[in-house]
Design a protein around this ligand. Structure first.
Ligand code: ATP
Ligand code: MG
Length: 502
């Protein structure tokens, strides 16, 4: 500031930071407005300390002194026509007064001269600050028609400061609410993130409804029936009881019981929320009641909730939803204090172990590992050794179940093929007379027969499968499969009566 003034320029703190100072709040960021042109600003502070990303709009970002962060230094400007309902087509550099008049609301149109400790007010912002009122600068209809985002900003500021919305401004918003779609979904979402998470969020939601903005951007919350009205009021109560909710939590609370989880996702996509935000809010919607009786849940059911990233949000939602859930929440919080290796013990075995056991890779891996995890948590399996033993038994059992299905599917063909393999015993080991022991081959071979076009194909198939089941040495050379291949091929031809070739 001093640097600009020493160089003979006019320079003031501008907009939000002046407003916040006067309200006794800490500004989120500091903006400077000056009559210096972008090039002059850059020359004064040096190119190394400045960024010219917004130079086209006359905004230069200056790295402030240590610890002060970035300061946006903007040349006084006046905005041209807004033909897209959101951005000015062009800006022209102008005077401090015109720069104040292009701003949205009177309380955002103030300048402050720190050297003379004086507020410069061209737009009546000080009076509105005193009267605690959000009022558009100039003709509200015109100002909102220029930039439809101002409708959401008006709601946000009114609610966050607990001000009133000037009647002219509010009438203009009601009239122009259907045009909010000129604002990109991403930008709408940015406002909604702040609206739902900052103080005054309940008032903000009410204002969205009153102004007709909710009907445009979030019709799902607009009550159509007395029941929905009640639900909406309940949700406002839930929101009200939350302390500093993150956005996904506040969003889930607002939609609580109004729309199913799938629709929460759809709204999230409509607003182009991040995947994380969408997943979290939909997860909360889907599981809000999952932990209502945690003391009666199996540990394998409760534990995954407790170790999930969303657990704090889930408990906060439960707490805010009903006083009755206090015991359940306390129970969960107690469990969360367990030492990490009890709360979330390392797995007993991994997919590598399954591979080592020779279990063919596939969806079964996930099934087995999930099953084992549950049994571990529920103290049915305790050690690695015990688990490996369990897996062996379990995979054999699963294999047998598959045989039963195949037998059912292939009828007598199954037994006939099995008999060929048994009696011709191509690899010369005496299979035990327990059919299950050599059935693995039958059940892997049968489903592949439709792909065979000749005896030779069957021969190759048999060789391939035997190598897989035993090993190269035991399985022997392909020639030894000629005889069984011929028999199986004939059985298959007879079974399908050649229809496979039609
Ligand atoms: P906060 O930073 O708390 O969101 P703010 O008022 O500082 O509030 P910014 O987006 O940082 O908002 O903008 C800084 C200033 O730029 C505003 O105070 C206002 O004077 C002006 N401004 C911002 N957005 C608009 C807009 N859409 N139309 C007109 N003026 C705007
Ligand atoms: Mg700001």
């Amino acid at each position: 500031m001093r640097k600009l003034r020493a160089a003979g320029f006019e320079a003031y703190w501008a907009g939000g930071c002046v407003r916040d100072q006067l309200l006794g709040r800490t500004p989120k960021d500091y903006d400077v407005a000056t009559n210096a042109l972008p090039e002059q600003i850059r020359n004064l502070f040096g190119h190394r300390r400045t960024l010219a990303l917004g130079a086209a709009f006359g905004v230069i970002t200056v790295k402030g002194p240590k610890g002060t962060g970035m300061i946006e230094v903007a040349t006084f400007r006046k905005d041209d026509v807004y033909s897209d309902g959101r951005h000015p087509d062009r800006v022209t550099f102008s005077s401090a007064e015109e720069d104040a008049r292009r701003r949205d609301f009177t309380i955002n149109g103030l300048f402050y001269d720190p050297l003379e400790a004086r507020v410069i007010d061209f737009v009546g912002g000080q009076e509105d600050l005193e009267k605690r009122r959000i009022r558009a600068i100039g003709d509200p209809r015109e100002r909102i028609a220029e930039d439809k985002l101002r409708m959401l900003r008006a709601v946000r500021f009114t609610a966050a400061f607990d001000f009133t919305l000037d009647s002219g401004t509010s009438a203009a918003i009601r009239e122009l609410a259907p045009e909010i779609h000129a604002v990109s979904p991403e930008r709408i979402a940015m406002e909604m993130r702040r609206i739902l998470t900052e103080p005054g969020h309940i008032r903000a939601v009410e204002l969205l409804l009153e102004t007709g903005l909710a009907a445009e951007i979030l019709p799902e919350i607009v009550p159509q029936t007395p029941d929905e009205q009640k639900r909406f009021e309940i949700n406002c109560g839930i929101l009200h009881r939350m302390q500093n909710p993150g956005f996904p939590l506040a969003f889930a609370a607002l939609l609580h019981g109004l729309v199913p989880a799938e629709q929460v996702k759809a709204i999230g996509r409509r607003w182009r929320l991040s995947n994380e935000e969408i997943e979290r809010s939909a997860w909360l919607a889907a599981h809000h009641a999952a932990l209502c009786d945690p003391a009666n849940m199996k540990w394998s059911q409760l534990q995954p909730y407790l170790i999930s990233d969303g657990v704090a949000d889930l408990l906060a939602l439960m707490e805010a939803t009903s006083p009755e859930s206090a015991t359940a929440v306390a129970y969960c919080r107690e469990k969360l204090r367990l030492p990490p290796n009890q709360l979330n013990p390392p797995p007993l075995i991994t997919g590598d172990d399954l591979l080592q056991l020779g279990i063919p890779q596939g969806p079964i891996y996930r099934e087995l590992l999930e099953d084992i995890r549950r049994k571990q948590l529920d103290q049915i399996l305790h050690s690695r050794k015990e688990t490996l033993h369990y897996v062996k038994k379990e995979s054999r059992h699963k294999e047998r179940m598959r045989h039963q299905e195949l037998k059912h599917l292939y009828g007598s063909l199954y037994d006939q093929v099995a008999a060929v393999l048994f009696t011709s015993d191509p690899i010369g080991i005496n299979f035990e007379h327990n059919t299950d022991e050599y059935e693995p081959e039958t059940s892997t071979i049968l489903p592949q027969l439709p792909d065979c076009r000749s005896e030779e194909d069957v021969q190759r198939l048999l060789h391939r499968e035997f190598v897989k089941w035993f090993d190269e040495e035991i399985a022997g050379p392909p020639e030894i499969y000629v005889q069984p291949a011929k028999l199986i091929w004939d059985l298959w031809r007879k079974e399908t009566k050649g229809t496979e070739f039609l």
